[in-house]
Design a binder for this molecule. Structure first.
Ligand code: MG
Length: 368
C-alpha cells in the first residue's frame, strides 16, 4: 500500500465562550484547525487533525502545521501508511522538530492502518480498554463566581472531571481553590492547571497554603527547571503538560521524580506514535496520565481517546476533549461524543470518525 495523495484543509473552530488561561493573561476565542486527508492506492482513506490551542499557548500555530506538511509531503508520498515508524522517521528526517506539524500525518496513518487491519486504533496499538474515560472540562474562569458558574454548566452535561485554570495571583488562587474544594462533589476529579502562571515562590506559597486539601496541580511554573527546583519543597502531586514535548523530557521528568503525572497532549508531542513511548515511560515509573486533545474537533478527541484506552484504567485519570466548547461540528454528531461526561471507545476500524468533507470546503493544498 502506498500514499498517493495528501490534501490539507483549514477550518476555523470558534469557541462558544471566550476562554482565559493563566489568570486572564491569555485569551482565546477561535481555533485554527488543519485537517489532513491521506489517500492510498489501495482505496483506504485516512484523516488527521492538528489544532493548536491558538498561537500563544505553546510554540505551535495553524499556519505552521500547513507549512510543515508542505515541506514533509514529498518525503511521505509513496510510503506505506501502515508502517507508522517509517513514516515517523521520514518526517523526522525531512523536518527536525516541529512535532505539532507531524501529528496530523501520524494520525491519518494510524487511521488507515486500523482500517486495513479491521481494528480500532487502540486495539491495533495493543489493546484498548472499553472502560469509558471521563472527559475533563476546561474551566477558564477568573473569579470565584465565574468558576462556580462554569463548573455547574459542565456538571449539568454530566462532567465529573474538571481542569480549573488558575495562576497569576497568589491570594486569588488560594481563595478559588478553597471555594472549588468546598463545592467539590463526591467522586469528582479536579486538576488545578496553572498553565505556567506561577513563579517558583508563588507556587510554593499557594501549595503550602493548600497543603491540607490534597489537590493536584498542572504545570505550576514556566520550565522543567522551575518545576524541578520546587519539587522537593512541597507535597502536592504535579502534572507536567506544556513542558512535556519530547521523549527526552518524559525520561528526565520520570527518572528525576520531578512530577507524578503526565499531561500528554497529542498534537504537541507529535502524535500517537511518539505519545505511546511517553505512556510507557510513565507506566515504568509509576506516573499516571491525563491524555488530551490539544484542541480541535471530535477527530482530535477520538485520537486522544484511543491513546487513553491503551493506558490501564487505574493510571488514566481522564481525557480532555474540546468538542463541547465549539460552535462548529465538522462531523455532524458522529464519533465519540460526551455521554454523561464520558467518552466511549468507537468500535469502528481506524480512528472511528471522519469529517464531513463538504463542510470543510476545498483543500488549501493537495500533494500527489
Ligand atoms: Mg494543562
Amino acid at each position: 500500500m502506498k500514499i498517493t495523495r495528501i490534501s490539507v484543509y483549514q477550518q476555523d473552530l470558534p469557541l462558544e465562550h471566550p476562554y482565559w488561561l493563566s489568570g486572564g493573561r491569555l485569551k482565546f476565542e477561535c481555533l485554527d484547525a488543519s485537517f489532513v486527508k491521506i489517500e492510498t492506492d489501495a482505496g483506504f482513506v485516512g484523516w488527521g487533525e492538528g489544532t493548536p490551542w491558538g498561537h500563544t499557548y505553546v510554540p505551535a500555530h495553524g499556519p505552521g502545521i500547513r507549512a510543515g506538511i508542505e515541506t514533509m509531503a514529498p518525503f511521505i508520498l509513496g510510503l506505506d501508511p501502515r508502517l507508522v515508524l517509517e513514516v515517523e522517521r521520514a518526517m523526522d528526517l525531512a523536518l527536525p522538530g516541529h512535532l505539532y506539524a507531524k501529528s496530523p500525518i501520524d494520525m491519518a496513518c494510524w487511521d488507515i492502518a486500523g482500517q486495513a487491519a479491521g481494528l480500532p486504533i487502540a486495539d491495533l496499538m495493543g489493546g484498548g480498554s472499553r472502560t469509558p474515560r471521563p472527559i475533563a472540562s476546561s474551566v477558564g474562569a477568573k473569579t470565584i463566581e465565574d468558576t462556580r458558574a462554569v463548573m455547574d454548566r459542565y456538571r449539568q452535561r454530566g462532567y465529573i472531571a474538571h481542569s480549573v485554570k488558575i495562576g497569576g495571583d497568589v491570594a486569588r488562587d488560594i481563595a478559588r481553590i478553597r471555594d472549588v474544594e468546598d463545592q467539590r462533589r463526591v467522586g469528582e476529579i479536579i486538576l488545578y492547571d496553572v498553565n505556567r502562571g506561577w513563579t517558583r515562590q508563588q507556587a510554593l506559597r499557594v501549595l503550602s497554603a493548600t497543603e491540607d486539601l490534597n489537590i493536584m496541580v498542572e504545570q505550576p511554573c514556566e520550565s522543567l527547571k522551575d518545576i524541578a527546583a520546587i519539587s522537593g519543597k512541597h507535597a502536592t502531586p504535579v502534572s507536567v503538560d506544556e513542558c512535556l514535548v519530547t521523549l527526552q523530557d518524559a525520561v528526565a521528568v520520570a527518572e528525576n521524580g520531578w512530577a507524578e503525572i503526565f499531561g500528554i497532549k497529542l498534537n504537541r508531542v507529535g502524535g500517537l506514535t511518539k505519545a505511546a513511548r511517553m505512556r510507557d515511560v510513565a507506566l515504568a515509573h509509576g506516573i499516571d496520565m491525563f491524555v488530551m486533545a490539544t484542541g480541535g474537533s471530535v477527530l482530535a478527541d477520538a485520537e486522544a481517546l484511543h491513546l487513553a484506552a491503551t493506558i490501564p484504567d487505574d493510571h488514566c485519570h481522564a481525557v480532555w476533549a474540546c468538542q463541547d466548547m465549539l460552535t462548529v461540528d465538522i462531523a455532524d454528531g458522529r464519533g465519540p461524543r460526551n455521554k454523561d461526561g464520558h467518552l466511549h471507545l468507537p468500535e469502528a476500524p481506524g480512528l472511528g470518525v471522519h469529517p464531513d468533507e463538504e463542510a470543510l470546503g476545498d483543500p488549501l493544498a493537495v500533494y500527489s
